[in-house]
Design a protein around this ligand. Structure first.
Ligand code: PLP
Length: 378
């Protein structure tokens, strides 16, 4: 099997799984319980929080555990908008955000907020100048992702942080779900930042919202005031401990794995460019090392995905959450691509586990498949 769908999800580290099992076997107490088992679980949460904070460059009190990236994005957007409503009603984001940001914004529009969805250029990047022009006295939240999940395009986060220092009323949220462990991010100037464990070899169902000290949020889940009241609900201790382990391993491997993924990505890009009819949609510069989005003229992405799967190669069309809905990629159409090209696109995404040999096999398989599929589709 060649697994090239790591932006959809990654295979958990064996160590993270072992931590999850050990935590659930030995430290299964509820962290809120007053007895010994509860205290042990609470200590484990404290340790994991400290470790994650130090790995991302924040303070332990700034780490809010969530059920993943979707919840972190919803809490950031809706929580910040609702808590700061008396200061303004305007939100700025951009058109190629993940649906968990875009749909949260749409819900906020239903509640009376105004949202500006900035366009992107043909490489998928937002213009800092256009962001500046969109800012008003009423802007309370700006949400711009770090790395796009379909194309790997990196947004100019440092420049935006710099710009937003001139707008103290506006909170800056960054969805770093695809960037963590692949593209460095300095939290300076960022108020809210979302992470998801299953994208860095942790387990599904755990994530983090980094919330800078002093930032006001309205909680979306009311209950027993866990997570200092920001996110009620009995803590997923096993998932959190596994996430801390996965993040540490990811950071330890980062420099080497980024270099290796970059090499494989470059090899694939060069080989794909030689194949007639292939267009690559991941920008050449300013892209993450693990994603390569391409299309083959006249060939539906879905058909190609299934043909590749028959040969043991696993990829996605668009993002994993949209691919089953068979919708045209709004990310690629926002970049100015016609719907037919967007419908032909496939996303290949790497992890530290992939090898150059797998990439070579993939190219060989692809070259064998294309003429067969072209015949069938004629
Ligand atoms: C950029 C981005 N943000 C948010 C999410 C949602 O994360 P989760 O699957 O943890 O809910 C994803 C998942 O694909 C993503 O790629």
């Amino acid at each position: 099997m060649i697994y090239f769908d790591n932006s959809a999800t990654t295979k958990p580290y064996k160590e993270a799984l072992a931590t999850f099992i050990k935590t659930n076997e030995q430290f299964f107490g509820n962290p809120s319980s007053l007895h010994q088992l509860g205290m042990q679980a609470d200590r484990l949460m404290t340790e994991a929080r400290k470790q994650i904070a130090s790995l991302i460059g924040g303070k332990p009190e700034e780490v809010v555990f969530t059920s993943g990236g979707t919840e972190a994005n919803n809490l950031a957007l809706k929580g910040a908008a609702l808590a700061n409503r008396q200061r303004g009603d305007h939100i700025v984001t951009q058109q190629t955000e993940h649906p968990s940001v875009l749909n949260a914004c749409r819900q906020l529009e239903e509640l009376g907020f105004r949202v500006t969805y900035l366009p992107v250029d043909e490489s998928g990047k937002v213009s800092v100048q256009e962001l500046k022009e969109a800012m008003t006295d009423e802007t309370i939240v700006v949400s711009i992702m770090h790395v796009n999940n379909e194309t790997g395009a990196i947004q100019p986060i440092a420049e935006i942080s710099q710009l937003l220092k001139g707008y103290p009323k506006a909170l800056f949220h960054v969805d770093d779900v695809q960037g963590r462990g692949k593209v460095e991010l300095d939290l300076d100037g960022i108020d809210l930042c979302s992470l998801s464990a299953h994208k860095f070899h942790g387990l599904k169902g755990s994530g983090v919202l980094y919330k800078k000290e002093g930032v006001k949020l309205s909680a979306l889940l009311s209950g027993g005031d866990q997570e200092r009241g920001w996110r009620s609900g009995t803590e997923n201790t096993g998932g959190v401990a596994a996430m801390a382990k996965a993040l540490r391993l990811t950071e330890e491997k980062r420099v080497k794995s980024v270099q290796e993924m970059r090499g494989i990505q470059q090899f694939l890009r060069t080989e794909l460019e030689r194949i007639s009819g292939v267009t690559i949609h991941t920008p050449k510069t300013g892209c993450a090392p693990h994603i390569l989005n391409f299309s083959i003229a006249g060939m539906k992405g879905e058909v190609l995905i299934h043909a590749l799967e028959e040969q043991g190669c696993y990829l996605s069309t668009t993002s994993a959450c949209s691919s089953r809905q068979k919708k045209t990629s709004t990310v690629l159409t926002a970049m100015g691509l016609p719907a037919a090209v967007a419908d032909s696109s496939v996303r290949l995404s790497l992890s530290y586990k992939n090898t150059k040999e797998e990439a070579q096999t993939f190219i060989r398989v692809l070259k064998e498949i294309i003429p067969k599929l072209t015949k069938v589709q004629r």
